[in-house]
Design a protein around this ligand. Sequence first.
Ligand code: SAM
Length: 225
Amino acid sequence: MNYVTDDTLNTYLRTVQPMYDGVLGEIQREAIAAEVPIIPLETARLLSVLLSMQKPKHILEIGTAVAFSAGLMCRYLPPDGTLTTIDRFEVMLQDARTNIKRMGLEHQIQLLEGDAADILPTLQGPYDVIFLDAAKGQYSNFLPHCLRLLPVGGLLIVDDVLQGGTIAQTRFSVPRRQRTIHKRLRNFLWDITHHEALETSIIPIGDGLALCYKKKEVSDPEKGE
Ligand code: SAM
């Protein structure tokens, strides 16, 4: 996993901030040991603060993995709140199903199995928070759906937006195989930072987190612009 901040700082941030308790903490430790790409602790702690402030009733997550971040976000839902999460990778889905049961969250989490590109157009929403943590190359394609599904006042949180910090380099200085993602991520970052309906901040934490607050309706809902 690539991180934007240096190893010493990461180690410090992961020492000073406690891991999560209960079954969620067990899932977090198991995922780290198995090198499953869950959000790092410092990103998780920021999510905890944001969700405490936002007080969502309905959350959408794109990229479940083993349901660590899904379980975490459920902690900030009211008893009748819901979390819908999407993944397409059967190996992850198996562990996600098991972990959702272990956490006793079957009543709150709806796990949608398939490609988000196919599932997003079928969702009605609204979702007060959308957490986008999937294939970076598709973020721009998912953005119009996220904007459609978010109400005004909703928060879109996007993980892994800084490509280990190489996003700041010219495309010719990143390895050739990473250039397509580099270009797509740069276009995505341009879109969310210049969108008339969004107030956006990009935070160099973990592998980069973008926070997009929807401040007004989009003028062209068809295009999400
Ligand atoms: N949010 C998780 C956490 O922190 O606990 C980690 C998610 S992991 C970084 C990304 C996940 O997104 C993987 O499990 C992958 O299978 C899934 N994914 C990537 N692209 C996807 C797509 N187009 N549709 C559905 N799932 C996708």
